[in-house]
Design a protein around this ligand. Structure first.
Ligand SMILES: CC(C)(COP(=O)(O)OP(=O)(O)OC[C@H]1O[C@@H](n2cnc3c(N)ncnc32)[C@H](O)[C@@H]1OP(=O)(O)O)[C@@H](O)C(=O)NCCC(=O)NCCSC(=O)C[C@@H](O)CCCCCCCCCCCCC(=O)O
Length: 718
């Protein structure tokens, strides 16, 4: 709701009250409309201030209302009522003015912001455009180029930048509401003729066409199939080419297209999913709200390869004291240099002080004796990790949390090397660890709720989105990825090329197709894992070359590695590059010949494989594995999987994540297509729809938020 009061005798004060972000729910809109009418009708009131409770002006329209039938006064007439008011209205912006919140502020005649406030139009990230006049008022106020930047990217600006752009009239370090009240008194009798933004002419720079062409090209390049950014450009175009009223009609039309799109549904689902994962639970019932994290002041990182360096930077930037350990002298000095460079670049980019003094380097594991938490980040080698965990258990102080950055090894096996297995959890960072937002927090059967809570909180402090997952090979992300990679290899055996498969996946919205990603991360990584698993051996020849454990296996990746083709780093992989370390992937005629010979050798006949098959074969087995993961209780809900895939694996956000995508395709359709492919490839177990998927499909596609009711309670793991 919105609360009306009178201050200093002549100022009507409207306070938005809808915690936590004062979103413009039906009740808030009704409250504002009622309060405006009251303020306008009271003769003693000479001016009005609009502010938000608890230091937050307004987080915009209530996204939770978008799925249901709209009630209450609509937003557009509400902002028109404010702008048309005969008494000056001043917005007192504290904390945030986002989306509809900024539109509300733009309908006021003046805007006073606190210096710590952030302003912006994040609608594009929800698959929308500012639909309450934002696309028409902002260009009139600050011009087309700056408006295009803010509206198409969703970039939020500080109060200082907002002042520079002309969005706010004054910035204060003091109480913004008090400042707004004083300001409102000072303008009480001033004419409002020049204060109604909708009456301003929209500036028309001479190179207008070029500006819009460039904006369109820019959004096409970065949007990867998302429709909202381009539609935002069209809406801003209307502000320049149409009178205000017509521009508003066009904004409404374009908003309606986006509002009713699947992409908006996906992005809004994702918005809530990303927040839902912080309310974690484990298979045994440990929960975020009943588990207390331990205090962590000092942390250690063991192993300063690429991952260890990124984790060190991330910890130091989050304010933790870090002991960074690398036993090889040469590696240690290289790491010091690399970490310094990363910190300097980070400080410059984020405008924060350097965090060099947070880090102490050592080449002895003994240096971690007094830390509260250790993150082991050595090679993916179980024997080595076990030795380190034995050492850590002996060296670390009682109660220290022992974490591993393994990307898929058994947490419990590592825990069993220590005296306190309840203090062992996985903290699986994604490369580059100081940049990527995702953290999989992996609990083993013996990890304590307190240990999980501590790792989850550490992740949050490091600016990560932490997702709690159970212990299994590959955890959630890499376990599902295995099925995706496997199908990509099979498609090559059957006649596809890496370019074809990658193109289909990139058109779907992945930033890079599976083969380009493989070249980037290095083919040798998977090869080492397969070798350790006993899948690579000269013994597998003839008819057994393409079978492991009774199931179909493609040795294509192994064969490339045997040729020294490890991807970008060697200048050759699934593609060729102009030099080792080169970045631009080019089709490689050698590979086509290699694939032909391979097929001939194994009696495979290449066939034409269409776009749809590539997509379904790559995505549906991955999705099916996601259902298996839910069935096994490894992830608590579909949101966990979707967040992992969007933040860790480049799944296009406007498709919501693999589980949301499946819900949109229709679970019965996914089952039907998997069964179809399984009939053709009976030797591929990943094509067999799992029990949970079949069960959900059979009860006619329940909405994704209902799936948890169907997922059976798995057996206790803690
Ligand atoms: C605000 C934040 C920056 C705060 O971040 P912080 O980290 O502090 O906290 P959290 O992110 O964890 O959030 C806390 C809590 O609050 C929930 N929440 C946040 N914002 C909203 C919101 N806007 N609505 C609802 N709930 C919100 C959040 O979910 C958390 O709760 P949870 O229980 O999930 O943990 C940060 O939260 C943030 O960035 N928020 C999003 C801000 C945003 O995107 N704002 C824009 C919203 S969209 C909008 O404003 C649209 C407008 O332009 C105009 C729309 C016109 C409307 C017309 C509607 C007509 C409909 C019919 C049309 C039909 C068309 C046709 O068919 O013709």
């Amino acid at each position: 709701m919105a609360f009306y009061s009178r201050v200093s005798g002549s100022v009507g004060m409207i306070t938005l009250q809808n915690p936590p972000v004062n979103a413009l729910s039906a009740a808030v809109r009704q409250g504002i409309v009622d309060a405006m009418h009251r303020a306008l009708s009271e003769p003693e009131v000479k001016s009005v201030v609009i502010c938000g409770q608890n230091g937050k002006f307004c987080g915009g329209a209530d996204i939770g209302e978008f799925g249901a039938k709209m009630t209450g006064p609509p937003l557009v007439p509400m902002v028109h009522l404010i702008e048309a008011a005969s008494k000056p209205v001043v917005a007192a912006i504290e904390g945030i003015a986002l989306g509809g919140g900024l539109e509300l502020a733009l309908s006021c005649h003046y805007r006073i912001a606190h210096s710590k406030a952030r302003l912006g139009f994040p609608e594009v990230a929800l698959g929308l455009l500012p639909g309450a006049g934002g696309t028409q008022r902002l260009p009139r106020l600050i011009g087309v180029p700056a408006s295009l930047d803010l509206i198409t990217t969703g970039r939020q600006v500080t109060a200082a930048e907002a002042r520079q752009l002309g969005i706010v009239d004054e910035v204060t370090d003091l109480n913004a509401v008090d400042a707004a009240v004083k300001f409102a008194q000072s303008v009480a009798d001033k004419s409002l003729d020049a204060r109604r933004i909708s009456t301003y002419p929209c500036p028309r720079p001479p190179d207008l066409d070029t500006i819009f062409e460039r904006a369109m090209q820019q959004v096409r390049r970065s949007a990867r199939g998302a429709i909202a950014p381009g539609t935002c450009v069209q809406a801003v175009h209307a502000a320049v080419t149409l009178p205000y009223a017509k521009g508003m009609e066009r904004e409404r039309e374009l908003f309606s297209v986006l509002f009713n799109s699947g992409q908006a549904r996906a992005l809004q689902y994702y918005f809530f999913a990303q927040r839902a994962v912080s309310r974690w639970s484990t298979a045994s019932g440990a929960r975020w709200d009943t588990s207390k994290p331990r205090p962590v002041h000092k942390a250690a990182v063991i192993g300063l390869g690429t991952m260890g360096r990124g984790i060190t930077v991330s910890l130091a930037q989050a304010g933790f004291s870090v002991v960074a350990v690398e036993t090889q002298e040469k590696q240690l000095s290289e790491a010091k240099q690399a970490v310094s460079g990363m910190l300097e670049r980070g400080a410059k980019r984020r405008g924060v002080p350097l965090a060099h003094d947070k880090i102490k380097y050592s080449c002895s594991v003994q240096a971690v004796a007094d830390v509260d938490l250790v993150i082991e980040a050595v090679f993916e080698d179980m024997a080595l990790k076990k030795t380190i965990f034995q050492q850590l258990s002996a060296i670390c102080k009682p109660g220290a949390l022992l974490c591993t950055n393994t990307s898929g090894l058994d947490i419990d096996e590592l825990a069993s090397q220590t005296q306190s297995p309840e203090l062992v959890v996985g903290m699986h960072f994604f490369a580059p660890a100081h940049v990527m937002q995702l953290l999989e927090v992996v609990y083993g059967p013996r990890s304590s709720p307190e240990a999980v809570a501590t790792a989850m909180q550490m992740g949050k402090k490091m600016g990560k989105v932490s997702v709690a997952v159970g212990n299994c090979r590959g955890f959630v992300g890499n376990r599902m990825l295995k099925l995706y990679l496997e199908q990509a290899f099979f498609l090559l055996e059957e006649g596809a090329t890496p370019e074809q498969v990658d193109q289909v996946l990139e058109e779907f919205g992945f930033p890079m197709g599976v083969f380009k990603v493989s070249d980037l991360s290095g083919l040798d990584i998977g090869w080492k894992v397969r070798k350790a698993d006993g899948l690579v051996s000269p013994a597998f020849t003839g008819t057994s070359a393409r079978i492991r454990g009774g199931s179909r296996y493609s040795p294509l990746g192994d064969l490339l590695c045997e040729q020294g083709r490890f991807g970008q780093k060697t200048g050759k992989g699934w593609y060729q590059y102009d030099k080792p370390g080169g970045r631009v992937a080019k089709p490689d005629p050698w590979l086509f010949g290699f694939l032909e010979d391979y097929r001939a050798q194994h009696g495979l006949v290449a066939r034409r494989i269409d776009h749809q098959e590539v997509l379904e074969r790559c995505l549906y087995p991955l999705i099916n594995e996601g259902f298996q993961i839910l069935q096994d209780g490894i992830a608590a809900g579909p949101e966990d999987i979707d967040v992992i895939y969007v933040l860790g694996y480049g799944w296009p956000r406007h498709r919501g994540g693999p589980m949301f995508y499946a819900s949109q395709v229709g679970l019965d359709k996914v089952v039907e297509r998997l069964e179809h492919y399984q009939q053709i490839h009976p030797d591929v177990p990943g094509l067999q729809p799992c029990r949970l998927l079949r069960k959900l499909a059979a009860i006619s596609n329940p909405a994704i938020h209902k799936w948890r009711e169907v997922i059976q309670k798995p057996r206790s793991q803690l």
